[in-house]
Design a protein around this ligand. Sequence first.
Ligand SMILES: [Mg+2]
Length: 97
Amino acid sequence: MTQPVGQQAVVKRIYQCDETESLAQFIFWMGRQLANNKHKSGWGGMSPAQLIRRLKQELGELERAIEQKEPYERIASEAADVANFAMMVQDLFWREP
Ligand SMILES: [Mg+2]
């Protein structure tokens, strides 16, 4: 019995995943998005709740980019936006005395 084409693609992708390479690629996109937004005021004055609200907005942008079949660069930058807001939440707690 043959698998549907979509399932074959998923199985093939699982075997091709390289954690180190994927993480390095994602860190690149996170850094690029942070640099693109360097002119903004930062997250030091924001509460965890405010950051999570922004994270959810960015998740919506990521979902829309996928639904609208945007190019890879757009999807990668929106995924990095989501991750960056999660990073900012942890950063607030890390800096607490
Ligand atoms: Mg965004």
